[in-house]
Structure formats: structure tokens, C-alpha cells
Write a protein that binds this ligand. Structure first.
Ligand SMILES: [Zn+2]
Length: 262
């Protein structure tokens, strides 16, 4: 066996054993019906956000899973609400798919609290999307911690689990925010595929966008807040088509092989 062949073999063996877990994707997601200015704004935001993660300036921000496995994670932000979250939960239940919810702490009262408990009881991850949905980059370190702790504590009261995985509202992070999140034992989770369901309020373009841009290991950003009815409508087709293409849906902790709760 010559030397280069030997190293090729080693490389292959290594990636079989450990997978390629360090590749950090660019954030995808586009639609012809999206406003051109918004598309330009998004391109800049994505590049500014992902570059320091890809070059190692922030070491503990999750963007995607293993690019060599056809496992993907659906993540839903902005719940709980009284309608759409339950519609999404119904679709997931029908399709026997486990997903991940990043929920906001302050609306977790009355009937919405029941929705939080339902999501947890049905095997989905209920994780932290802050208490009041502010931009963390505009807050002090202490305020960021208060947002994280208040929401995880509320989720723990309702589900018994204190989440350590957090999705910063608007994906708004910088070096100082990431440091604060990590210092208190939390990990920030972004996404690699934006369904754009927050901007496109129509079922078909949402489906089209996700199916066109999907890659193995993707973390898909979706929403299940009050205004996200089209997301619940788009979800059955997204799940069915991707399963036909050989994709398996898993929770974020299964995708990354990490614990979601303290
Ligand atoms: Zn949000």
C-alpha cells in the first residue's frame, strides 16, 4: 500500500467513525416571492453571523448536524400560542415525527401552559427562546442571563426540565452574547435552513424553499406562533416529501448527540 493511499484510507476510516461533525454550513433559504431588499438584508446578516462561527471566533454555537447523514431537525420558534402550536403538534403526531420547540417564557400562562406541557408529553423538546423575545445584542450580560434563566425556570415548572439549549431571538448574537450564554452553561442554537415562514405567509413557497435547499444534517427554522398558520399547512408536505427522499427527522439533541436539559 503506498503512502497516499494509506492516508486516504485513514481519512475514510476517521470520517466513518466520527462523521464530519465540524463542517459548518452557510445558512440557506430563498424564495422568488421574497422582497429583493429583504433578500439583500438577509444575505448580509447571514454572512456576518456565520463567518465568525465558521472561522472559530465563537466555538460553541450550533448551526447544523452531520452533513454525512440524512438526519435533520425541525425547529419551531415563538410558541406557545393558543392555535398554531396545537396545529403543528397535530401534524407531528399524525406523522410520528419528533421535533424541537424554542418557546418564549412570558406567554406560558393559562391555556398556553397546557400547550407547553402537551409538546413535552408528546416527546418533543421544549427549549428556550428567551422570556420576552428581545435582541440579546441590545442587553447587558445580566439582562441576557435573566432572560435565559426566567424562561428555562418557567419551562421547568411546566415540564420538569430546565433547558440548556437556547435560540437567541432573531438569531441576534455577537461575541459578548455568546460568552454570556456559555458562561451560564447554555448553548446557542441557530439554524442552517431558514424556511422563511416568518416572511412568506403562503404554504407553497414555504414548501418549495425547504425542499429545494435541504442538505443532510440541516437544522430547519420554522415558527409556530400566532401568525404562523401557513407553517402548519406546509408541514405535512414537507415531512412527507423529505421522508420520500430518505431523510429522517430527529430532535436537536439526537441530531447533535448532546443533552437538551440540565
Ligand atoms: Zn423568535
Amino acid at each position: 500500500m503506498n503512502t497516499s493511499f494509506f492516508f486516504l484510507f485513514l481519512l475514510l476510516f476517521h470520517s466513518l467513525l466520527f462523521g464530519d461533525t465540524r463542517t459548518i454550513y452557510d445558512i440557506r433559504g430563498a424564495s422568488p416571492i421574497l422582497d429583493a431588499n429583504l433578500t439583500r438584508f438577509l444575505d448580509v446578516w447571514r454572512a456576518d453571523t456565520i463567518t465568525p462561527i465558521q472561522n472559530g471566533t465563537y466555538s460553541d454555537v450550533i448551526v447544523n448536524g452531520n452533513p454525512e447523514r440524512k438526519t435533520i431537525a425541525l425547529t419551531f420558534d415563538d410558541s406557545p400560542d393558543e392555535n398554531v402550536t396545537n396545529e403543528v403538534l397535530d401534524v407531528l403526531q399524525e406523522h410520528k415525527v419528533q421535533a424541537t420547540f424554542f418557546m418564549i417564557g412570558s406567554p406560558m400562562t393559562d391555556i398556553n401552559a397546557t400547550t407547553v406541557q402537551r409538546a413535552s408529553r408528546e416527546g418533543h423538546l421544549v427549549l428556550n427562546h428567551s422570556f420576552t423575545h428581545p435582541r440579546f445584542t441590545k442587553l447587558s450580560d445580566e439582562e441576557v442571563f435573566q432572560e435565559l434563566n426566567a424562561s428555562s425556570s418557567r419551562i421547568q415548572e411546566l415540564t420538569g426540565h430546565y433547558p440548556l439549549l437556547i435560540r437567541p431571538p432573531y438569531g441576534s448574537i455577537n461575541a459578548s452574547v455568546v460568552r454570556t450564554i456559555n458562561t451560564h452553561g447554555f448553548t446557542a442554537v441557530l439554524w442552517s435552513l431558514d424556511s422563511l415562514d416568518w416572511a412568506i405567509k403562503e404554504k407553497d413557497p414555504i414548501v418549495e424553499n425547504v425542499l429545494t435547499h435541504i442538505r443532510p444534517g440541516d437544522i430547519i427554522l420554522m415558527h409556530s406562533g400566532r401568525s404562523n398558520h401557513p407553517t402548519a399547512e406546509a408541514l405535512p408536505e414537507i415531512i412527507e416529501k423529505l421522508q420520500q427522499e430518505g431523510y429522517t427527522f430527529v430532535t436537536l439533541s439526537q441530531l447533535m448527540g448532546i443533552a437538551a436539559y440540565r
